[in-house]
Design a protein around this ligand. Structure first.
Ligand code: GCB
Length: 670
């Protein structure tokens, strides 16, 4: 296994930094000359279908309590050199118990929270004897942040760079069947200038001599570890490796079409006299077969549903999130059943132009949130209780959308959004992107390739966000974002592309490459703090300026104010619940003005819930701009926002009000 020794990069970075700060002239030159970037190919993801059981497949979870060791910060590669993976971790170092999935940072009571560099996990597991028979076994991780190296029984299996995205490898020949096995994972959380997202590692003096410090400009804690589930799953020898689905609706939305295309892996696919084919069956929610088809030789085809129930967002229809079940059966020439895979499919169309974004031909007005995968103790670890609570709150408050700020969220939450009709602006992990380089471009494109490969079949995904607050004022940003946007388009033409931009529109160089412009702005907070009278007109003016500059639909993708739950001050004062409520209300006024213009298509509060950040004097226990606390309870502004989102829902999409939306006061007030 090729181990990238980060320390080398770190030293180079430290060296490069001091060099540039010494030679100021060169530094200026560095930023004033545009980089010449080349559009190189990125590795293509294969397989990675979400693990599901069927009559031909079995799935086993490896979640649970694993053994854990942290490396010495000054010696992050020691474990590899000393081959800790060759035997149980506990033979090399004292281990502690560590839950999987979870971030490791907040589990212990010592400074593991701020550890920089590598950590190790291992556990034992049993593989049944029955699995040895004529099938293939795959090991799949939902996500490990940031970089993972995996061994089975001491043999290297796979290396993966990029948090929040799945990876897998075949382990058929590495397992002991009917016996015990060991899995070892090394995880490295170090972020440097060519990782996505970027960070810096510096060596600085401390009371004990020198220490390594990780810094980053983005505003959320760099939680790390095995964040999502680990699965072993079986497939037949020749199996369905990929399924890609797109859908269409007739003009009157009565007939739906599902186009499917399947890739197969395995020896039977290569036998000349074996012409594989697909039997595709589509079932409605009641389990009734509504369409079926046999594929062409390229293993693709079309299913027609008449009458169709389209997929609609929450509150835009009385039956939102309608999903069909697509059953894909892989058959040999003699009709022998080789493999079966099932997935949910929503039938809908998307459209966009210089003014609007449309779903099933109907204009959409987004009302939602920027969010984080973040909670007490488990950090960014997958937590089904939290996920279901969050969706209940989204529906309670009348939101129809969120952005996966600032990285891909769990596959389980994407499936949940499909079911509940919540639209998703799906963001890759590029945040505060700067110091554009060829290597960074490659990684950035790879993050989008992996994201689109994972999420392309989700009806809830309605837009790709290619970055959050990139430094798009720099000269190099122009060609950099053109390449990133064109690459994204080449992978998926069915969805528009956006990025959440924070530089002033006069300086921005990325907007021309986008389909929809999203902007983040904190009036009365980061600018004119406390000045509630300096919000409404500023928001109106800025949105108009963005629209004038690019002639594209505009979204306000972030606005808000830090709010300490329980702090009340009248008249409103920064950090109080009154202040957050007023900030929202002043924005609503601007949004209503802007909605009349026709091209303003959405409002997203920052943030859904309070979340943890790196330690700084601007954050009290983290970022407190949540409408909900970190424990997922509403602040005062949540009740105001709920009234607005439902009012918009009734006005624009004819939804009805929940019974408890208004509290009775007197029959003098309606
Ligand atoms: C932003 C960032 C977001 C921060 C937020 C804030 O513009 O996109 O990640 O958390 O501001 O609260 O400062």
């Amino acid at each position: 296994m090729h181990l990238r020794i980060r320390l080398t990069c770190r030293k180079y970075e430290i060296w490069a930094l001091s060099f540039f700060s010494l030679v100021t002239g060169l530094y200026v030159l560095h930023f004033s000359i545009a980089l010449i970037l080349v559009n190189k190919e990125v590795p293509q993801t294969r397989g990675m279908l979400y693990p599901r059981e069927s009559e031909t497949r079995e799935v086993r979870s490896l979640d649970g309590i694993w053994n854990f060791v942290r490396s010495d910060q000054a010696n992050p590669t020691q474990g590899v050199r000393d081959e800790w993976y060759a035997k149980e971790l506990s033979k090399s170092r004292a281990t502690i118990p560590m839950p999987v999935p979870a971030s490791y940072n907040d589990i212990t009571t010592d400074n593991l929270r701020d550890h920089v560099g590598t950590v190790w996990y291992d556990r034992k597991f049993f593989v049944p004897r029955s699995w040895s028979k004529d099938q293939r076994i795959w090991l799949r991780f939902g996500s490990v942040h940031y970089e993972a190296y995996v061994w089975i029984n001491g043999q290297k299996v796979v290396k993966h760079e990029m948090g929040h995205l799945p990876f897998e490898a075949e382990v058929t020949d590495l397992l002991n069947y009917g016996a015990e096995n060991r899995i070892t994972v090394m995880c490295d959380n170090a972020l440097i200038q060519t990782t996505v997202p970027q960070g810096r590692i510096t060596e600085v003096p401390n009371d004990g001599g020198m220490t390594i410090v990780q810094s980053y400009t983005f505003d959320f804690f760099n939680y790390a570890g095995i964040h999502r589930s680990v699965h072993l799953y079986t497939t037949p020898r020749t199996f369905i490796e990929e399924v890609e689905v797109t859908t269409n609706l007739s003009k009157d939305a009565t007939v739906g079409e599902v186009f499917y295309s399947v890739s197969v892996n395995g020896s039977a696919a290569n036998e000349a006299d074996n012409v594989l084919h697909i039997q595709a069956n589509l079932y409605d929610k009641e389990g009734i077969l509504v369409a079926n088809a046999t594929s062409d030789q390229k293993l693709g085809g079309k299913l027609q549903v008449n009458p169709v129930k389209p997929w609609w967002p929450y509150l835009m229809h009385s039956e939102p999130g309608y999903l069909y079940q697509l059953e894909i059966k892989l058959l040999a020439t003699n009709d022998e059943l080789l493999d079966v895979y099932r997935l949910k499919v929503g039938i809908r169309t998307l459209g966009w132009n210089s003014q609007q974004f449309l779903i099933n031909g109907k204009p959409v007005y987004f009302r939602g949130f920027g969010r984080h995968e973040d909670s007490d103790i488990r950090g960014k670890g997958l937590d089904n209780a939290l996920m279901v609570r969050d969706f209940n709150l989204l529906k309670w408050i009348g939101a129809n959308a969120y952005r996966t700020s600032h990285y891909p969220y769990s596959e389980e939450s994407m499936q949940f959004a499909d079911e509940h009709g919540i639209m998703i602006i799906d963001e890759c992990p590029s945040v505060d992107t700067e110091n554009f380089s060829q290597e960074l471009l490659g990684k950035h494109k790879s993050s989008l390739e992996q994201l689109i490969h994972r999420d392309r079949n989700h009806p809830s995904v309605v837009m790709w966000s290619i970055a959050n607050e990139p430094r798009t004022g720099s000269v190099s940003a122009d060609s950099y974002f053109e390449l990133v946007a064109n690459f994204t388009r080449s992978l998926d033409k069915t969805r528009p592309i956006t990025a959440a931009i924070a530089v002033p529109n006069t300086q921005d160089k990325a907007g021309r490459s986008l389909d929809i412009i999203s902007f983040n702005r904190y009036n009365a907070w980061y600018s004119n703090a406390g000045r509630l009278d300096m919000i409404t007109q500023n928001v109106i003016d800025e949105a108009i300026a963005w629209n004038k500059r690019y002639n594209k639909p505009i979204i306000m993708s972030e606005y808000g104010a830090d709010t300490l739950e329980g702090l009340h001050m009248q008249p409103a004062y920064v950090w109080s619940e009154e202040f957050q409520t007023e900030v929202f209300s002043r924005h609503f006024k601007a949004f209503d003005e802007l909605r009349k213009k026709g091209w303003f298509i959405g409002e997203f509060v920052w943030n859904f819930a309070d979340f943890k950040t790196a330690q700084t004097y601007t954050r009290v226990g983290g970022n407190k701009k949540g409408v909900f606390t970190r424990a997922r309870q509403p602040k005062a502004a949540a009740h105001l926002l709920r009234k607005r989102y439902f009012a918009l829902g009734r006005d624009l999409d004819q939804c009805s009000f929940p019974d408890d939306l208004f509290t009775y006061i007197a029959d003098l007030i309606s």
